[in-house]
Design a protein around this ligand. Structure first.
Ligand SMILES: [Zn+2]
Length: 592
């Protein structure tokens, strides 16, 4: 079974979405305030039976669970799939045999040496050396972490490795080369300050490259490869694990420079998340090394939101994680360079996860209104119940009660009701009811899962015959309701040559592509293929419009039932009917 099939067979849309917004039962469906745009009245609906969601408000968009995570986490298809697999506790297919890795690891080692020498010795390296000096990085630190510089030329690295007997294919697999539309290969990294990224065993599995001349993007990483899975690695772990064990505490910073500067000043229990929120795998790794954790992350608004999300998801169930309050506008890197003696205080005075929630969330709601009180209870209540230490949990329940002006008993009743209504909605779908003491991430009963035949058949036709591109012009990405099909279609629209298409895709999507390419067909000539596809396109379009119409109609009857203002939904319904009428009249004209 492929990773995609495995994940899809266990996906539960209700569970996925409820990690981001509180769902309220509404008939057979659930509704919520849309997590993607801000709104007062809920216009976001989850359809458990179809495994889909739709925002009837500003977004006017919908999709399946994978699409939801892609949007919510701003991830591509492969990353979103990885996130979901992670949450479901599904292991990625085992890494390839170590023997296959060896040449790639050796290539990386060789490249790291090459980059380092270029930084230290070359004339071109003068600017980079000056930059490091300005940032206060000592030559010892630069050597210890193996920092380097990628030459500005297009093929210097490639030629160097070729001279050592490495093939283009190996360099591509290690993620060191970029391949153009025309199939030409060149170095991926140019004129960047290079940070080798190592796994726990100290093997170099990838690189991060920082621009030095205002180029974009500011940081470029090795793409996901058989060697490099960013979601499992914390930068600097190979040197920090000892320090983390000794202190029984891990400090997590964002950037390479932050971690580098910490180590240079003797704070050896620091690792970098490489700019993204920590995944479950990374958190799990940390919990094996130490009992307490401090996040020293960006303190700006966007950074705080990211921290909030990560605390609610990856750090769920972990009490001993604290958030360091950095002086406004300062990175750990700045702080440690300018005032290293203040760092231990900043770490020691970090606030607990639950205090962070209590500081951030209440000011967002108007607690003089019932609505404000209810929403805060919905958001903060579950977080208080997630506190594992029962004395602490007790204390924070009191605190929430005081904030809301209700007594402890009432609050507990409200939280209990809230929990039950979400559970009821989930069980309506046939999910196993879970008792209040069970962990929330119980494996979901396998949802009925089958490939969408119409979508797969249409794509298989397209992939077989590039001449069909013209017929496919009427196809819209949203006609594909399964994310993997939608993604294959989007990539195909960029580039319809199969060999290049493969290059554009990460592993899970490429596996799906292969199943489409391998599909058996009855033999058809060009004309028959064209007709078959035209027929499919019409059916996909009609199916899409009908499905959306059904969803809108459901939302409308709910709105009326609950006395909400239905005007927005009615407007949506009117537009949709107009589109359906258009199709029918076009068909009559064309004689379909
Ligand atoms: Zn929305």
């Amino acid at each position: 079974m492929s990773l995609l099939d495995d994940v899809k067979s266990r996906l539960d849309i209700v569970e996925v979405v409820s990690g981001y917004t509180s769902l309220t039962p509404a008939g057979r469906n659930l509704k919520a305030r849309c997590p993607f745009h801000s709104e007062r009245t809920p216009s976001f609906v989850v359809f458990p039976e179809r495994g889909s969601w739709r925002c009837f408000g500003a977004c006017a968009e919908g999709g399946d669970a994978i699409r939801f995570v892609m949007k919510a986490e701003n991830q591509n298809f492969a990353e979103a799939l990885r996130t979901l697999a992670d949450r479901l506790g599904i292991q990625a297919p085992s890494r390839r045999a170590q023997e296959a890795m060896n040449p790639l690891l050796r290539a990386n080692e060789e490249v790291a040496k090459f980059y380092h020498k270029h930084l230290v010795d070359s004339e071109e390296g003068a600017d980079a050396r000056a930059y490091l000096e300005k940032r206060g990085v000592s030559t010892e630190t630069a050597s210890a972490f193996g920092l380097g510089l990628s030459p500005t030329g297009w093929e210097d690295m490639k030629n160097h490795l070729a001279g050592q007997g490495f093939t283009d294919a190996q360099m591509l697999q290690a993620g060191l080369l970029h391949r153009s539309e025309e199939g030409r290969t060149r170095d991926l990294f140019h004129g960047r300050l290079m940070f080798p990224i190592k796994d726990d065993g100290g093997h170099i599995v990838g690189f991060g490259g920082r621009e030095l001349d205002g180029g974009q993007p500011k940081y470029l990483n090795t793409p996901q490869s058989p060697l490099f899975d960013k979601s499992t690695i914390l930068w600097g772990m190979d040197v920090a694990s000892e320090g983390i064990r000794l202190k029984d505490e891990a400090v997590i910073v964002e950037g390479y420079m932050d971690a580098l500067m910490a180590h240079q000043h003797g704070f050896t229990n620091v690792v970098a998340s490489m700019g993204t929120a920590l995944t479950n795998q990374q958190v799990e790794h940390l919990t094996r090394l130490a009992k307490s954790y401090v996040l020293a992350l960006d303190a700006d608004a966007a950074g705080q939101e990211a921290t909030l999300r990560s605390l609610k998801s990856s750090w769920k169930g972990v009490d001993n994680v604290r958030i360091a309050l950095l002086p406004i506008g300062k990175d750990p890197d700045d702080l440690i360079r300018q005032a290293p003696d203040r760092w231990p205080d900043v770490i020691a005075s970090a606030e607990s996860k639950i205090d962070f929630f209590f500081r951030l969330l209440p000011p967002r709601y108007d607690l003089t209104t019932t609505e404000g009180q209810r929403t805060l209870t919905e958001e903060l209540g579950p977080l208080v119940l997630d506190v594992q230490d029962s004395t602490e949990q007790d204390r924070h329940l009191e605190r929430l009660g005081e904030l809301l002006g209700v007594n402890r008993h009432t609050l507990e009743e409200v939280l209990q009701r809230q929990r039950q209504s979400v559970l009821r909605a989930a069980t309506a779908k046939g999910q196993r009811q879970r008792g209040p003491d069970e962990p929330p991430k119980v494996q979901v009963a396998a949802a009925a899962f089958k490939q969408d035949q119409l979508e797969a058949y249409s794509l298989a036709l397209l992939l077989r015959d590039p001449e069909l591109k013209e017929v496919a012009e009427a196809l819209q990405p949203e006609f594909f309701h399964e994310s993997e099909n939608r993604e294959v279609y989007l990539k195909w629209a960029e580039c319809s040559i199969i060999e290049e298409l493969r290059e554009l895709m990460d592993t899970p999507l490429r596996e799906h592509l292969e199943t489409l390419v391998d599909r058996e067909f009855p033999s058809m000539d060009q004309k028959e293929r064209t007709e078959a596809l035209a027929h499919c396109v019409r059916r996909l379009e009609e199916r899409h419009l009908r499905e959306v119409r059904t969803q809108i109609a459901t939302a409308l009857s709910q709105a009326i039932e609950e006395g909400d203002d239905p005007s927005q939904v009615i407007e949506e319904l009117r537009k949709q009917d107009e589109r359906l009428r258009e199709i029918h009249s076009t068909r009559v004209r064309r004689g379909f």
